[in-house]
Design a binder for this molecule. Structure first.
Ligand code: FES
Length: 149
């Protein structure tokens, strides 16, 4: 019986994935199935938590060395595309300066992800808004992350 259930669950998962492949780009699928940087960063130099209009929330925290993001993580209770957005955005900004990170717009994230359906464009905005909140938090703390430790 357990084996039958496992087989059924796997078939269902494959069916859902097949449907998702018709809607989402391979980059989106990859990043929500195997998200990068899905973690909380301890003692972050900048931290942002934002709830979007859909009611989903994202957290982004990062550590910086001088002016450069050296570690970054995100968490979300949002949909698969939101996980993909957090994963892709954190990869995009890791290693970049705070100024470069602040210049990344929703359109840049969407382009890197190969686009999102209209109904999920706000997921990319949530990720970018959360990053901006974290960058602002870092700036509010003095903007020189190493001096904070
Ligand atoms: Fe709410 Fe994606 S549906 S952030």
């Amino acid at each position: 019986m357990e084996k039958l259930f496992d087989q059924w669950a796997q078939e269902l998962q494959e069916l859902i994935l097949e449907q998702d492949r018709k809607i989402f780009s391979p980059q989106v699928i990859d990043n929500y199935l195997k998200p990068k940087n899905l973690k909380e960063v301890s003692n972050p130099d900048g931290k942002g938590i934002v709830t979007g209009p859909c009611g989903d929330t994202m957290y982004i925290g990062f550590k910086a060395n001088q002016d450069r993001i050296v570690e970054i993580g995100f968490l979300t209770d949002g949909c698969g595309p939101t996980v993909a957005c957090g994963s892709m955005l954190t990869q995009l900004v890791e290693g970049r300066t705070l100024t470069e990170a602040a210049a990344i717009a929703q359109e840049d994230l969407l382009r890197t992800l190969g686009g999102l359906p209209e109904s999920h464009l706000h997921c990319a905005k949530l990720a970018v808004d959360t990053l901006l909140r974290a960058l602002k938090d870092c700036q509010d703390r003095g903007g020189e992350p190493d001096a904070q430790r």
